[in-house]
Unconditional design. Structure first.
Lengths: 256, 256, 256, 256
């Protein structure tokens, strides 16, 4: 296997679907939202993507069987109840720069095959400290989209993220523009230290408004509550140890 | 030489062989087992694989001649005394992620050419401390294989290995499933600090039961005894130096 | 997108243009000069280059829209007022060695398509300390060019830069020679710690003489003045902290 | 330029030439010998090789002109005074593993085109301390060559070099064997800290015996004397500073 393999799992007829991408990234915000949507909306897997750009690895599942790391595309026929959806999820993003470009190109090919005209990419924006009031930072690949997104509660902040947007969530906007596809990136503001289901809820709220659909939030809410408890304990520990230790945050990354 | 080179050494007619892979990895457990089997079963070399994904290196042998680093496939016609075998061994695994995918694809091509229907991949599972009671952790690419392997004494432990299985031993399961090939990974539990012939013996025992064959173990036993002595001395040294030094383990890696 | 994409934006008829390359590098000297020229001379964008060798990233602009990182070539019809120009600018250089070679080849292809016979590449030469008297170090790919450049005020210093010239600014000379294209690299001597508009001014002065054109310098001058103030403050801080701290320079890199 | 470029400079008719490779490596021993031979024997450049696997760099020469980094092959018609020669030299070896394989393949292609039947690769073997009595360690790709080389004064030492031979000097033996080309690696034993013309002299002595030719050594001798002086001073400094400092050797690497 020298080349990326696109494996069609199921034919599904969708009408002008919207693509939503949520691959792993900062705070796993995008991944939480997209996987939650796959589950809540009973989306069906239509494509699996295997690539030498992913880590050379299988994951061991709880029943003792393995899963080859991959990206997946799910389809969701909403039967007029809001737009049809194409959901992009996965275990990893590419381990190489070149792979990010190749995989983004593949996602855009799929989008065009299905007649997608708008893409939402989901991610987290790490600010290095715990977030009190959740918010969703956005960027878009057309100026008209900026005003529209503000209407859904997304925030645009000059020069943020200062480092740009890295990975598939950025490239779908940048390379999508070259194919004249509208694309918006919604980033849940998060500490960046932990998996952040609270930021994910906020992203999902903005996205639901943009898509004019409703998605049950209970699973994310429960996960957010658990995480709040963990954070509470961590902050307590931090306060207790602060006079003696610093940089302890380092060890808390991605618990969850 | 820009591409991987598959060099056929000998034609060998095998009937429904089982493939066994034991390339270098944690504790060199898989390598010890597979090379031991090649020797004990008088397997014959049928294929050499050279690749730009291996380190750009020759090994110097004791007679002053060199050996280009490579992977090799041996065949073993068991004449009805258990299943015929294809044994995959080598000096190195790929030095790149992409190479792991390419080489796994090549091994699977060879497997399919020979009509292989089951693959065993062998490795070590490093737990960071010396192991008192040897055991063999397993993972499989089909749920039916899990129960079967338990019958041979392999252990399945939820969420272990937590990091998944990396390299050819993992990919032959994951990519093998895409070709509908049954595959099992047997991992000898080991410290991960030293070459571990004792873990290799345990893996070989489980594998022999699975294959319904017998393989002499004397060479591995002798090597295990030597290693026990080394470990005894190391532990003595560690106890002696413990009050003054820590982290000394670091220097003991892969003595053997 | 697995391959570099050359996107033609506009046809422009140019007569024997000179190519000037100013991509990001030491002190961003080349980038400052080339982008300043694009602006001052009202050059028109004719080509955009996207590549998997660039970081997988979009930049977020002040209006909330994104820009896919890329290199760009601008054309400038000077209508007889000095030579026509092809200006190469961009957000990044290649993130891989191979990409530097590929992109340099593409720039040379464009140069040959437009009938370019001479190329100036612009960069900085970092000397690790603040520069009192600005100067421009040069290198060329033909011996006749060395004398000519001295006439414009460029300095050639034996064995400098000792490490050679790395990236597109070097390769356009080296690979350009293989296509019999004259090429000169002009390097503004700079500390290497900060974006250096003063070094950029000096490079622009030499380049204007070489091209027999005039380019307004006000924007660069203003930026240089601001930077002088920052440097003044930094040096003050350094003097103040010197007895207690060393290596503080490290933190000042590329402020600007 | 996406691919390695083989540029023919001159046609030269050679009879059964022997190939000698001396690219940069440990102590620059091989490079010193091969470049010395090119000069002493008035060899003529026949091929230049440019590759994206080399660093993306030009070297600045003393006259202000640049040189694209490359490998070069020189031919030497000895007119019956010993065998004709093909000498491989260069500024760098490949910066990637894959490049080592590709370039070795190219050198072997050239060798076969010219009817080469034997290859000598030259290098250094770093032992981490200054060498009192110079010697030449060897390895070969056929057992018959081992005895022959001992006759010329080369030493074969079991399990040395323990790490094998890395880079082109190793691959020409390993990949050469696959093409049935005889190849020997001669390694001057050296500290590995400094460019070592004394080790180079010893390698040249063994090589001259093997080739039955004579090559003037004066230039290497002079360089060795200069280096002896530097080493003398370094050892003096080391003795003086020994009670206070350790690990000072680190800073002496590749002075010369």
């Amino acid at each position: 296997m020298k080349e990326t393999l696109i494996r069609k799992i199921k034919e599904l007829s969708l009408k002008d679907p919207v693509m939503v991408e949520g691959l792993p990234g900062v705070g796993h915000v995008g991944k939480l939202v997209a996987e939650h949507m796959v589950e809540e909306l009973n989306a069906e897997k239509i494509i699996e993507i295997y690539s030498p750009h992913f880590p050379p690895q299988v994951l061991v599942q709880s029943d003792g069987t393995v899963k080859q790391v991959r990206n997946e595309i799910y389809g969701c026929d909403r039967q007029g109840n809001g737009p049809d959806l194409l959901l992009v999820i996965g275990d990893y993003q590419s381990a190489t720069n070149e792979g990010h470009y190749e995989l983004s190109g593949i996602f855009l090919d799929v989008a065009q095959t299905y007649g997608v005209r708008r893409i939402y990419t989901l991610g987290g924006y790490g600010i290095g400290q715990f977030v009190d009031k959740p918010s969703v930072l956005a960027a878009a690949n057309k100026i008209e989209l900026v005003e529209e997104m503000k209407g859904y509660g997304a925030v645009f902040s000059e020069n943020e993220p200062g480092g740009g947007i890295i990975g598939v969530s950025g490239l779908l906007l940048g390379l999508g523009a070259l194919r004249d596809l509208d694309a918006v990136c919604l980033m849940g503001v998060t500490s960046g230290y932990l998996v952040d289901p609270k930021a994910a809820q906020e992203v999902l709220r903005v996205l639901c408004r943009a898509l004019s659909i409703e998605v049950g939030m209970q699973a994310l809410e429960e996960r957010a509550k658990e995480m709040e408890k963990i954070i509470g304990k961590l902050q307590e520990m931090e306060r207790a140890s602060a006079p003696y230790e610093c940089g302890g945050d380092e060890d808390l990354r991605y618990i969850g």
